[in-house]
Design a protein around this ligand. Structure first.
Ligand code: ATP
Ligand code: MG
Length: 954
């Protein structure tokens, strides 16, 4: 029997044998594609090729793409666990032709692999083709239908035609598209899950589980225009997708994907952890929990590996929802403590061979999952109770609906994502008032916004105009940001709370955002702050506090401090000198990224950064605090590179090329098709890059592709041979040589969330200021302590030591000697009250020790013969009554009075609370300690009262 790893490898080898290049899966968190939260099909990474934006590097490709279908157009979350063949995360095996072979080979090879290589009985397979569409004026795909019976032995009656919904694939509203041909397998009449549905007849695409789709062959031959028309493409493409999990189930002869070796190790581990058994039954609730957990841990491992992290928005919220869902299903297996993270190693065992990246990040993934499980776990059990109450109320209501208030409370207080509440409701046949929920969410958002008033968010105009504004704004030419600190420009308009104005005057004092035709200002992006500076004419000045980008428009935020400006006016834009500090800090973050990986290994991956003139901040994944020695190594490596004064260069190239070069991209960051790669330590690639980029303009369509390919090869060889030690995707501004960074120092290292560390560091002038201040302090200390600065640490250590010794001495010196304590005690005896024969001795001793006070009590008992004694003192060596130390109370009773019922332990118990303490002991002797020495007097007074009452009653 083939293992899943062998099936994957077999697929790849089969197509390699037919001239296909193996291309690794793109990350499940797409980089540079804002339209997509997660990769959901093999074609995602080749989209630019189909769109004609990037030339293919090879005519044929094969791969296994990591897919996640939990959001947007493709969302299979609801199916997970309820059927045996839809997962959130799955692998899509695919072969690709980029303008090379077409339908005949695609069909022939798919059949060959399934039936000859893998030995699936041909009788079980069905094919479908596109049946045509009147509205689009598209005929039936007769070509494919004919080919099926020509290049494979399949009988014509098992080639079925279906409409656009099933057999016409489109990437989106516009763009490449074409008919597809699917291969389905008949799993036998037993597998039909719609036997009870009246009129149901098992068939391909009839909705029952008897026939499932194994492989989709897409023939991309049209380009959908914005007006809906289809234009034939000059190049034709093949894009196929086959689910590895489904194929594994067929080849391993299992009736469920969850019974294949892709899932059983995960389910077994869950079983061992929980003590429950998995019985592989669809209708069984416990089994369902096993399936959901096994599915979700795979999704979590891959998404977190590729840079996603649980949070409250976007991708992060999808991840949080999956994890919370898994946590809640864990409760059905009796798991109340974090346990999902303990499944990560099994996922790595199952899939690490195909996807080595999950091995590298396993520790980070576990850390993140455990921490999120723990924090949700704290409220989950309570939330489940709250839900049960809400559900009970809902069940009684006419509409059988959980109210929006209840759903909101579950979300707000117990962290239940709406879809979790919905899922739980559905299990009980209830609905959720999602509209009511959304209303409450909106109200909460509004409150949060109102709470921010006065804080002036940096995007105030974007907030004032959440939609629509960007379409009215002109584009600003901003390439000058990389090579100029000042430029001559023209004012195109300004933005204020009223929107964009493209005519009129901007008076003195106005606080607006000015838009220029061209600018050398860098707009806030990629963690780097926007430049500050000024827009000037001979008699007016606009002070710019920062620049931001809205769509293609650069907005200079600031205030007219002198004169006024008019739209259309020629002005000079001048960037503040601070920019040079920002550049130093930005280049230093690249050095830091490199040095951290050198020192801590690949698991130290960037999660975010902030670069401003004053300092730099760098967040990275790492499960524990780096040691002081590791941080020193990091600093040393960086300083060596700065001292070597190596060059910093950049070049623009297609994204996939840059990725192939190993250029580091920030997880989750958006990049266009062309990316800027910043190289440290490389020979000067800048001119080559620029020249080729510019040279592209104005060439014809055909030559463009050729030019682009040449340009890429040119850049690749330059960068490959350049000896760069760091290459990163980056649109920021950088120094030209590392030497100008001047120096580097980490001033803080801390944890900011589970598995994420933050380093704050200084360079350039800020570092100089910092060092100057530090050196002044050292000089001052050196004068004060009269030693040279090198000797300061030793001197201070000695001083601290001396200080400790002195404090000890002081403490013992402050205590009275034994005889003094006795003298004080005797004094108390002389002045004490006597009730019948019994002496009532209460009073305070100067600072002393418990032993001495006990001795004093023993002495008093002997001398007085019959006595109740309560003594109090403060025991830190400070003057009595100062109130800073600890309070101690001791009580003693002579045996004759014990017989009469007086009890030292009882007395102590009653008065200890007065000094904020507690205590106890025997009838003859007892002791209490307390935090409030100022109340010793009160405690003694109370003691005297108690004793007198007791004596009076005996
Ligand atoms: P289905 O109709 O079964 O949901 P689909 O039409 O959504 O499949 P495609 O988008 O064509 O599937 O994806 C190509 C292949 O990927 C499918 O033939 C199937 O083998 C596999 N596949 C699709 N969705 C899933 C999923 N959620 N889990 C596992 N495999 C899947
Ligand atoms: Mg589907």
């Amino acid at each position: 029997m083939l293992t899943a790893n062998q099936i994957r490898a077999g697929f790849i080898d089969f197509f390699r044998g037919k001239g296909h290049e193996f291309v690794p899966s793109s990350p499940i968190v797409p980089r540079g594609d804002e339209t997509l939260l997660f990769a959901n099909a093999g074609m995602n990474q080749f989209k630019d090729i189909f769109l004609g934006l990037a030339p293919p590097e090879y005519p044929r490709a094969v791969n296994s793409q990591k897919c996640l279908r939990v959001s947007g157009k493709h969302n299979d979350l609801e199916e997970v666990g309820r059927d045996t063949y839809h997962h959130t995360f799955f692998e899509m095996l695919g072969n690709w032709s980029f303008g090379d072979y077409f339908k005949a080979e695609t069909i022939e090879w798919a059949w060959e692999l399934l039936t000859e290589v893998w030995g699936i009985e041909p009788d079980r397979l069905w094919a479908t083709v596109f049946g045509g569409d009147g509205k689009d004026g598209l005929p039936k795909d007769d070509e494919a239908a004919r080919l099926w019976t020509k290049v494979t032995p399949i009988p014509a009656d098992r080639v079925l035609a279906f409409g656009k919904k099933d057999n016409f694939w489109e990437m989106g509203e516009t763009g490449p598209c074409g008919p597809c041909s699917e291969i389905h397998i008949d799993l036998g009449p037993d597998r039909c899950d719609m036997k009870d549905v009246p009129g149901h007849r098992c068939n391909v695409n009839a909705g029952c589980a008897r026939y499932i789709e194994l492989w989709n062959l897409v023939f991309i031959q049209y380009n959908r225009q914005a007006d809906g028309r289809l234009i034939p493409l000059s190049a034709k493409y093949v894009d196929t997708g086959a689910g590895l999990e489904r194929i594994a189930a067929v080849l391993q002869n299992k009736s469920s994907n969850y019974d294949t070796d892709l899932f059983t190790p995960i389910i077994d581990r869950t079983s061992r952890l929980s003590g429950h058994k998995y019985t592989s039954k669809l209708a069984n609730k416990t089994d369902n929990a096993f399936r959901v957990i096994a599915d979700h841990i795979r999704a979590l491992t891959f998404a977190i590996t590729d840079g996603a992290a649980p949070s409250n928005e976007g991708r992060g919220y999808v991840i949080r929802r999956i994890l919370r869902r898994a946590s809640r299903f864990g409760r059905e297996l009796g798991m109340h403590e974090p346990f999902i993270y303990r499944l990560v190693p099994v996922v790595v065992e199952c899939l690490g061979e195909g996807f080595p990246e999950i091995k590298a990040r396993a520790e980070h993934v576990s850390t993140v999952i455990e921490s999120e499980e723990a924090s949700f776990g704290r409220t989950l059990d309570r939330g489940i109770e709250i839900f049960a109450d809400a559900a009970e109320r809902a069940a009684k209501s006419k509409s059988a609906t959980i109210t929006g208030e209840d759903a909101f409370q579950l979300y707000d207080t117990y962290g239940f994502p709406l879809d979790l509440t919905q899922l739980m409701a559905e299990e009980r046949g209830l609905k959720v008032d999602t509209e009511g929920f959304e209303e409450l969410m909106d109200a909460q958002r509004a409150r949060a916004r109102a709470g921010r008033v006065g804080l002036a968010p940096p995007n105030w105009w974007a907030e004032a105009h959440p939609t629509g504004l960007d379409t009215e704004l002109p584009a600003t030419e901003d390439v000058h940001k990389y090579n100029a600190d000042a430029c001559n420009s023209k004012i195109l308009g300004w933005i204020d709370n009223a929107g964009f104005s493209n005519a009129g005057q901007i008076p003195t004092g106005a606080e607006v955002g000015i838009v220029l035709d061209k600018t050398c200002f860098y707009a806030e992006a990629g963690g780097q702050v926007g430049d500050s500076g000024a827009i000037e004419t001979d008699n007016s000045r606009f002070a710019i506090e920062g620049a931001i980008r809205i769509a293609n428009c650069i907005v200079h935020r600031g205030k007219v401090t002198r004169g006024s400006f008019a739209v259309g006016q020629e002005v000079r834009a001048v960037v503040s000198k601070d920019r040079s500090s920002t550049k130093k800090n930005h280049t230093a973050t690249h050095l830091l990224q490199w040095a951290l990986q050198q020192t801590l290994g690949g698991s130290a991956a960037q999660q975010g950064s902030y670069v401003c003139p004053e300092y730099l901040r760098f967040d990275f994944t790492y499960p524990k605090a780096p040691t002081a020695a590791e941080l020193e190594t990091v600093e040393r490596l960086i300083r060596q590179k700065i001292a070597a004064d190596l060059p910093v260069t950049w070049t623009v190239m297609p994204k996939d090329q840059a990725e192939k070069l190993g250029a580091m991209a920030l997880f989750g960051e958006k990049y266009g098709n062309e990316v800027r790669v910043v190289c440290l330590g490389a020979a000067d690639t800048r001119d080559a890059g620029r020249q080729k980029t510019d040279g592209r303009r104005g060439t014809t369509e055909d030559r463009r592709a050729k030019g682009a390919r040449e340009r890429i090869n040119n850049q690749l060889s330059i960068i490959n041979e350049s000896g760069a030690f760091s290459r990163e995707f980056c649109g920021g501004t950088h120094v030209e040589r590392l030497g100008s960074i001047g120096g580097f120092k980490i001033i803080k290292e801390e944890s900011i969330s589970a598995g994420v560390r933050r380093i704050t560091a200084l360079t350039g002038p800020a570092l100089n200021d910092y060092l100057e201040k530090a050196s002044d302090i050292v000089d001052e200390l050196s004068v004060m302590l009269k030693v040279p600065s090198e000797a300061l640490p030793e001197r201070v250590a000695r001083l601290l030591d001396d200080n400790k010794k002195l404090a000890k001495q002081l403490k013992s010196a402050a205590r009275l000697s034994g005889s003094d304590v006795m003298a004080e005690a005797k004094q108390l005896l002389e002045n004490c009250e006597k009730i019948a024969e019994a002496h009532v001795i209460t009073g305070r001793l100067s600072a002393t020790s418990v032993e001495q006070a006990r001795e004093a009590i023993d002495m008093l008992k002997k001398k007085a013969k019959s006595a109740v004694i309560v003594l109090g003192f403060e025991d830190d060596g400070q003057p009595a009554g100062a109130g800073a130390g600890k309070a101690t109370l001791l009580a003693g009773v002579t045996d004759d009075l014990v017989k009469k019922g007086l009890n030292a332990g009882d007395i102590i118990k009653q008065i200890a609370p007065v000094i904020d303490g507690g205590g106890g002991g025997r009838p003859q002797m007892a002791q209490a300690g307390g935090k409030n020495p100022a109340k010793i007097g009160d405690a003694l007074t109370r003691a005297a009262e108690l004793i007198k009452e007791k004596l009076a009653s005996t």
